[in-house]
Design a protein around this ligand. Sequence first.
Ligand SMILES: C[S@@+](CC[C@H](N)C(=O)[O-])C[C@H]1O[C@@H](n2cnc3c(N)ncnc32)[C@H](O)[C@@H]1O
Length: 195
Amino acid sequence: MKLDKKFWNDRYLAETIGWDVGYPTPPLTKYIDSLKNKNIKILVPGAGHGHEVIYLHQNGFKNVWVCDWSEEALEHLHQQIPDFPKDRLICDDFFTLDLQFDLILEQTFFCALNPNLREDYVEKVFNLLNTDGKLAGILFSIQFNNPNPPYGGTFDEYNELFKDKFIIEKMETAYNSIPQRAGNEYFITLRKTRL
Ligand SMILES: C[S@@+](CC[C@H](N)C(=O)[O-])C[C@H]1O[C@@H](n2cnc3c(N)ncnc32)[C@H](O)[C@@H]1O
C-alpha cells in the first residue's frame, strides 16, 4: 500500500477517517493544560482535522503550526478556525519541513507512517526541535499485525528507536485514554538530547 498524499487525501474526501475521534483527546488536552508558556512554538504534524490544534488555538497558544499533506483535511481545519493564520497550515510532506519548534505534539501520525520510515521520523523530529525541545503525545503500545495503518509498537522498540537522540522522560500507559484506546497507548514526553 502506498501511503502517499493521494491515499490520505482520498480518505478525507471519502470521509473514511476512522482514526478521527471528533474531539481533542484527554491525554493531549491534559498535557496542553500543563503548559505554562503559551508563546512556545508548537508543531502538530499529521494533524488531520486537528482537534488539538483547535484546542490550542482556543486556549491562547500563539505560535502553533500544522503540517498535513491532505489539503482536504487542512481546509476542514481552516473552516473550523478561520482566524488561525493560514500560512501556518502547511500542506506538505512532514519530511520536507525546514523549521524549528519547541514542542512537537504526536497523535496518530507516527502510527500512520510506513514502519520503514520510523528512523527517519526520529531523525526529523530531532532536527525540527530546538535545544531542549520536546516530542510529547501518544504512541500505540500494541502491535496490530495488520498490513495497513495504524502500525503499533512496543516499549522496547520505541526505546531503541529514540534512546540515542532523546531523553525518555516519560513513556507509560496513558491513564486518561479514550475508552476505545484504553490500555493500548503510551503517553510520552521525550526531550531532545544535547549531542
Ligand atoms: C491517521 S491520520 C491522523 C490524523 C490526526 N492526527 C487525528 O488523530 O485525527 C494521519 C495523518 O497524517 C497525514 N500524513 C501522513 N503522512 C504524512 C506526511 N508524510 N506528511 C504530512 N502529513 C502526513 C495524513 O494526511 C493524515 O491526516
